[in-house]
Ligand binder design. Structure first.
Ligand code: 6PG
Length: 468
């Protein structure tokens, strides 16, 4: 029997759709899944008549592949990846390539790369974004691993990726865990933008008294302008949806408790380790975490009061204010994500090309947005740009929109509507643009109680004062 171009392990939603995508682009695929039933369902169902070959044990799977073997793992991040690798390893030979397409923690990817490299196996941590539809029709793919082996997987990855006028949404990211790191930060940025959108929805609803159908129309309209992005687009669609049973907007029936699988949290944890400030991602995380305290919030709502919402809705001009505030918040969130990538690139020796990352994020992934054109241009012009906020195109956007961001935050504060994302964006912007921050006082306090010393602005050296 002819050997397959590629093997794929793990036939949950993402794996199944990715296998179909790969086959559709002219590559034969062998598939293997821990439970044989799932494999059978696929080959008797959606894969019928396609060059997708079912295999039912790991050895048969590996032997069905062309050499060097190219194997995509689409299994759950964490221990399942180690388990599959342990099963695979005795059957692999030097030169074979294994790609982990899940949301693995980047330090796990570093460990696995090093372990497999000892046997000459080329390991890639591949960020894949775009959900189920992306996997089938073209995701954004962020592969990291040994550069010399990349040409062996590049034709497959670039052909199955989303395509834009600016090329396929796949590019070599960097060595070792670079691909998974960039995917992790992508997810952190995804959290930040979702939080901002949720706050805009809340304010427009509570303060402007817009109905859900009006909001659906508004987001659809916003998606036709500078806010154009996948997350704004799906927000409009979510708001449009009516529950068939009750006739109410479905969004109103969804429990306000958000889940998470870890990538956003890892982003904040690593940013803290690297000393990079990403308050919008942090705010999105605590926004989700506090939402999880549903029972406590229900009880607190009866005891803790805030300002009453005014009888009159805010004037209609506030809708345009909100659009600009949201845009400013989005720019600031991307700036934080890019700043984290910039530091991580240096710290972990990834040698990231930030313009290229912005380019591949323009299609297929969850944070694709028109704004990425500007971000790509800014980093292409100046690859060592310290912060996106000081790129002329972003500085101009913030000069134009910051008054709206301030007005939105002021309105929310006055009304008692929590806006951790918008507030974080504004505080980040105001801190970053401020020549002098009040930490001179903090330095003095540290020196007061702990003799931590300080530096002076008028002469070099390290100083300590006997404060009492
Ligand atoms: C994507 C997504 C996806 C991710 C979730 C995050 O790029 O397709 O980022 O990979 O797993 O969207 O999920 P949680 O919100 O559950 O953490």
């Amino acid at each position: 029997m002819e050997q397959s171009s590629l093997g794929l392990i793990g036939l949950a939603v993402m794996g199944e759709n990715l296998a179909l995508n790969i086959e559709r682009h002219g590559f034969s695929v062998s598939v293997y899944n821990r439970t044989a039933e799932r494999t059978r369902q696929l080959v008797e169902g959606r894969a019928r008549g396609k060059r997708i070959r079912p295999t039912y044990d790991i050895r048969e799977f590996v032997e069905s592949l062309e050499r060097p073997r190219r194997i995509f793992l689409m299994v759950q991040a964490g221990r399942p990846v180690d388990e599959v690798l342990a099963q695979l390893r005795p059957h692999l030979a030097a030169g074979d390539i294994v790609m982990d397409g899940g949301n693995s923690f980047f330090k796990d990817t570093d460990r696995r790369s090093a372990e497999l490299a000892e046997a000459g196996i080329q390991y890639f941590g591949v960020g894949v974004s775009g959900g189920e539809a992306g996997a089938l029709n073209g995701p954004c793919i962020m592969p990291g691993g040994p550069r010399e082996a990349y040409p062996l997987i590049e034709p497959i990855l670039t052909s199955i990726a989303a395509q834009t006028p600016d090329g396929p949404c796949c590019a070599y990211i960097g060595p070792r865990s670079a691909g998974h790191y960039v995917k992790m930060v992508h997810n952190g940025c995804e959290y930040a933008i979702m939080q901002l959108i949720a706050e805009a929805y809340d304010l427009l609803r509570s303060a402007c008294r817009l109905s859900v159908p009006q909001l659906a129309e508004l987001f659809a309209e916003w998606n036709r302008g500078e806010l154009n992005s996948y997350l704004i687009e799906i927000t409009a669609k979510v708001l449009e949806r009516v529950d068939e049973e009750t006739g109410q907007p479905l969004v109103d029936l969804i429990l306000d408790q958000a889940g998470q699988k870890g990538t956003g949290k890892w982003t904040s944890q690593d940013a803290l380790d690297l000393g990079v400030v990403i308050p919008n991602i942090d705010a999105a995380l605590w926004g989700r975490n506090i939402s999880a305290l549903k029972g406590e919030r229900v009880a607190a709502a009866k005891l803790l009061t805030g300002p009453d919402l005014p009888a009159e809705a805010l004037d209609s001009g506030f809708v345009a204010t909100m659009r600009e505030a949201l845009y400013a918040g989005m720019v600031i969130s991307y700036a934080q994500a890019m700043a984290l990538l910039r530091t991580a690139s240096r710290e972990y020796a990834y040698d990231l090309d930030l313009a290229e990352i912005a380019r591949i994020w323009k299609g297929g992934c969850i944070i694709r947005a028109r704004l990425l054109d500007l971000i790509q241009a800014a980093f292409r012009r100046d690859p060592s740009l310290a912060n996106l906020l000081v790129a002329p195109e972003c500085a101009a956007i913030l000069a134009r929109t910051q008054a709206s961001l301030r007005r939105a935050v002021q309105a929310a504060v006055g009304l008692g509507i929590p806006v951790p994302g918008l507030g974080a964006a504004l505080a980040y912007f105001d801190s970053y643009r401020r020549e002098r921050l009040p930490v001179n006082l903090i330095q003095a306090q540290r020196d007061f109680f702990g003799a931590h010393t300080y530096q002076r602005i008028d002469r070099p050296g390290t100083f300590h004062t006997e404060w009492e």
